[in-house]
Write a protein that binds this ligand. Structure first.
Ligand code: PEP
Length: 253
């Protein structure tokens, strides 16, 4: 299929990875061949403790390094937190904000996610802004309303397609092996594209990458990635192994 938007496959390593994982990252770099490089952008978002080491290891590998969260302020008395400024300083070029695990575990709201996305922008990081409904919300027929509300509340005005990526991640699909049907993904991604027009303007909305996330693996990537308005994937579990991560990237060539 011909794509007007260059896709992105981003791996979210969550709270996984010690220094020893550098060998697996090297395999990713080695396997990032010319076919993949031609067709898709790759990114790994390791835990903060590995950003600096991976940013160094990534030189010449064609894999960008992102972070998994940031504070909304650039510095100050916030023990244990990490700012977007620090992530950029460590070598990250992007940061995930509003992941459902942060929304659930740390009570993050659309408003706080928006402030984090603004902090990312201030510090030159691309914000990967996550939205997605829970199982209960889907069963109650509220999927579109929830995604709309999250999008409206979490995405700052005036962003360009270089500043933000949207990741649609149904919470019930994360780490469960379950995925929505292609038709369901298509419906939500079309809604996101349409609503983005109101937030970032018509022209930018056509260019913003909208990723699908939730149990993406090599065996289902081709089908999910061929859905209209799916411009890549945010991958959790399957991004920890070079073979699986590159297998997903291969869905684009
Ligand atoms: C995620 O947490 O962003 C994710 C998509 O996880 P998984 O691929 O493991 O479902």
């Amino acid at each position: 299929m011909t794509r007007s938007i260059r896709p992105l496959v981003a791996g979210n390593w969550k709270m996984n990875g010690l220094q020893s994982v550098l060998a697996e990252f090297d395999l990713m770099g080695a396997g990032n061949d010319v076919c993949i490089r031609r067709s898709v952008d790759l990114m790994i978002c390791p835990p903060a403790t590995l950003i600096s080491a991976l940013a160094h290891a990534a030189i010449g590998q064609g894999i960008a390094i992102g972070a998994q969260d940031c504070h909304s302020k650039d510095n100050g008395a916030h023990t244990g937190d990490i700012s977007a400024q620090m992530l950029a300083d460590a070598g990250a070029s992007a940061v995930i904000v509003g992941h459902s695990e942060r929304r659930a575990d740390h009570g993050e709201t659309d408003a706080s996610v928006r402030l984090k996305a603004e902090a990312a922008y201030r510090n030159g990081l691309m914000a990967i802004i996550c939205v997605g409904e829970t199982r209960a919300e889907r069963v109650a027929g509220k999927t579109l309303a929830v995604v709309r509300r999250q999008l409206k509340g979490s995405v700052p005005d005036g962003m360009t397609a270089r500043d933000i990526v949207i990741a649609y991640e149904p919470v019930w699909a994360i780490g469960t092996g379950l995925t929505p049907t292609a038709k369901d993904v298509e419906e939500v991604h079309a809604l996101i594209r349409a609503d983005l027009k109101k937030i970032v303007g018509k022209d930018e909305a056509q260019k913003v990458r909208i990723l699908y996330g939730g149990s993406v693996k090599p065996s289902n990537a081709r089908e999910l990635m061929s859905v209209a308005n799916v411009d890549g994937a945010l991958v959790g579990g399957a991004s920890l192994k070079a073979e699986d991560f590159l297998g997903i990237a291969a869905a684009f060539h």
